[in-house]
Design a binder for this molecule. Structure first.
Ligand SMILES: Cc1cc2nc3c(=O)[nH]c(=O)nc-3n(C[C@H](O)[C@H](O)[C@H](O)COP(=O)(O)OP(=O)(O)OC[C@H]3O[C@@H](n4cnc5c(N)ncnc54)[C@H](O)[C@@H]3O)c2cc1C
Length: 397
């Protein structure tokens, strides 16, 4: 095994991270081998290491690993990371809540359960990897040609014998295919792009601008930077064109220097029939995903990591399958609701107008979204006499 040091310059801070860059040709052993060291793979590694298991993570990329993302971490994501010993305080930018902005109306609400955080993916990755290394996780970066079979992960420079392979290799997961878990109940695709701009954030709320057939998110990610992410059904629509269709946003960004190139990624809503089989388990985007409009992708992976530990401790992977379904249920419902608004322009205008007229409904929906209250409680706590549809029609005129 050849170990070396990598000098990292993330966020301008020169810092030495000790990473293993090459595995030797000799055989390695690991109780659990995770393929994919993104947010899902690394948090699973942390949760498993915390429960006393021996874990190796292999990833074909090398840090800093970036990805097109809205880069918003909801308060419950931060709580989950805290439990794993990852504290992000002082990094990125605090997020107070969410604001929806339509052509004629807007509404905002603070999170009911604390602050969220906007944080560049490379910085999050750096924190997760550093903590995993501290916890004794073996990290293998830049590993090429990863192939799996039950009990073994092979790659160009060697192989790892293992009891359990965790597929955390993202949307296009090869592990999912190799495990024979590529049976989807449903799949829908949208297209995401993001770029960062040098500008002091004008709001501590994540702003979601609703356009015709697309949404643009603005997330503060530091005191001097915002991330701007586009989600659309149109594969040809790019950020500049979309921003120019939202004059209020175009005005705010006018003159702000782009700091990063436009980076794209698919936003997939996908449900799998099964997320585990003999010797394999899937986690994070490889195990299914919700549309990025929910801002929940990473949070799902954090919750799944805890569920995986519980299932392994009980020696019953059916518990993971059950928990996985339960974890995805609420975000799937919220995504479905938001995608209806994406698809129907008139309804979108009416709904935004209704929410603007009755911001308490928006606060309740956000409270459900961040896991503060249950869906079932929403109807019970709505003020009597609110005719949402009528309010929407009235305001939208
Ligand atoms: C436009 C957009 C905006 C989003 N906004 C948000 C947001 O604001 N908040 C949020 O929580 N989520 C957001 N998401 C979702 C979030 O980005 C994903 O849910 C999250 O990245 C999933 O993490 P993951 O580790 O499962 O996958 P990934 O982040 O894709 O990581 C997979 C890892 O596996 C490695 N890998 C891939 N293939 C192989 C292989 N064959 N061998 C070895 N390694 C491999 C990759 O190098 C990578 O490191 C957004 C998504 C999009 C598209």
């Amino acid at each position: 095994m050849c170990a070396t040091s990598l000098i990292s310059h993330f966020s301008g801070v020169k810092k030495e991270i000790h990473v293993i860059l090459h595995a030797s040709k000799e055989s390695l052993k690991s109780e659990i081998c995770i393929v994919g060291g993104g947010p899902a793979g690394l948090t699973a590694a942390l949760a498993l290491a915390q429960s006393g298991r021996q874990v190796t993570v292999v990833d074909c990329a090398r840090p800093p690993i970036d990805k097109a993302c809205g880069e918003g971490l909801l308060p419950d994501s931060l709580a989950a990371l805290n439990k794993l010993g990852v504290t992000l305080s002082g990094l990125g930018s605090e997020l107070k809540g969410i604001r929806f902005i339509g052509a004629q109306s807007q509404v905002s609400s603070d999170f009911p359960n604390g602050l969220g955080r906007g944080l560049r993916r490379v910085l999050l990755h750096e924190q997760l990897a550093a903590r995993a290394e501290q916890m004794g996780v073996r990290l293998l970066w830049g590993v090429k040609n990863v192939q799996t079979e039950r009990g073994c992960v092979r790659f160009s420079d060697g192989h790892i014998e293992t009891r359990l392979i965790v597929g955390a290799d993202g949307q296009k997961s090869s592990v999912r295919k190799q495990a024979g878990l590529e049976h989807f109940k449903s799949e829908k695709r949208r297209y995401g792009f993001r770029r960062h701009y040098r500008i002091a954030p004008w709001s501590r709320h994540v702003e979601v601008y609703w356009g015709s057939g697309f949404q643009i998110y603005v997330t503060p990610v530091s005191d001097t930077q915002v991330g701007v992410a586009l989600l659309s059904r149109d594969p040809h629509l790019r950020l500049d064109a979309a921003v120019s269709r939202i004059p209020t946003l175009a005005k705010k960004l006018a003159g702000a220097d782009p700091l990063t190139p436009e980076m794209g990624s698919l936003s997939v809503s996908r449900t799998l029939r099964r997320v585990s089989c003999d010797g394999y388990v899937l986690l994070g985007d490889s195990s299914g995903s919700v549309d990025a409009i929910t801002g929940e992708g990473m949070c799902l992976a954090f919750r799944q990591s805890a569920a995986l530990v519980d299932a392994l401790n009980a020696d019953d992977m059916r518990l993971y399958q059950q928990a996985h379904r339960k974890i995805a249920a609420k975000p799937l419902r919220m995504a479905a609701l938001l995608l209806v608004l994406d698809a129907h322009q008139m309804l979108q205008r009416q709904a935004l107008a209704a929410l603007a007229a009755y911001p308490r409904i928006f606060s309740l929906l956000l409270a459900v979204h961040v896991g503060h209250i249950r869906w079932g409680r929403v109807s019970g706590v709505l003020e009597p006499g609110i005719d949402v549809a009528a309010a929407g029609k009235f305001q939208a005129k």
